[in-house]
Design a protein around this ligand. Sequence first.
Ligand code: MF3
Ligand code: CO
Ligand code: CO
Length: 256
Amino acid sequence: MINIKSKREIEILRKTCSLASQTLSFLEQKLRVGMSTEELNSLAHAYITEAGAYPSPLNYHGFPKSICTSKNEVICHGIPDKDTILKDGDILNIDVTTYLNKFHGDTNRTYFIGNVAPEVKKFVKVTYECLHHGLAQIKPGAFTGDIGAAIEEMALDNGYSVVHEYCGHGIGREFHEEPQILHYGKRGTGDELVPGMVFTVEPMINMGKRYCRVLKDDWTVVTRDKSLSAQFEHTILVTDDGLEILTAWEQEPDFS
Ligand code: MF3
Ligand code: CO
Ligand code: CO
């Protein structure tokens, strides 16, 4: 069942989603070569709880930390750790989900650490464009499959691949609700979009092949071929004539 959010629920979703975005901006300012992902986790935990919210990942199906930090060949669900140190040339995805007034808001971005190689910059930029190409499909009467098809087309045209095993999701009172938003597939398939639906779009794009593997910690998802993986995520509301990005960032990324 896909639930349609009421005006009152949408008001709360705007607040929790905006807190998730602000948390990302705050963490972005703290990024430094030599810091650990555990430090980012502590900063995020303090920021979110001081705002009167709860970090949704913490204890979610046993996840041990407050944010996900996924570096280089880690696709998603990387666990912050004191021994994972940011190095010059790395790429790092930070995924923040906040629970405020009983509603979740979910957003993530991939950041450059120090000086990143030009071909890696291009890869991360295309991943961002994949998200926006997917979002551009959203309006009442379109299908979830239109989003996936647009994303897949852009990724493959650039010689990259789309991870199939993890997808976007409805969000609200639950962290993960229906519908599923695949980041690949065929136009006109899946669920028809209706005003009041709230879901995430969060394509995971690999520089090499699409295949993944979960590490022995049962969380960390990595590329099988050890190629780099990048991701961007927004939570959106389907409106009468298109969409509203509920997790809009204060500043768009600069890929230069
Ligand atoms: N925030 C992730 C998503 O975009 C989910 C993380 S689940 C966790 O759906 F348990 F790893 F935190
Ligand atoms: Co999500
Ligand atoms: Co997320």
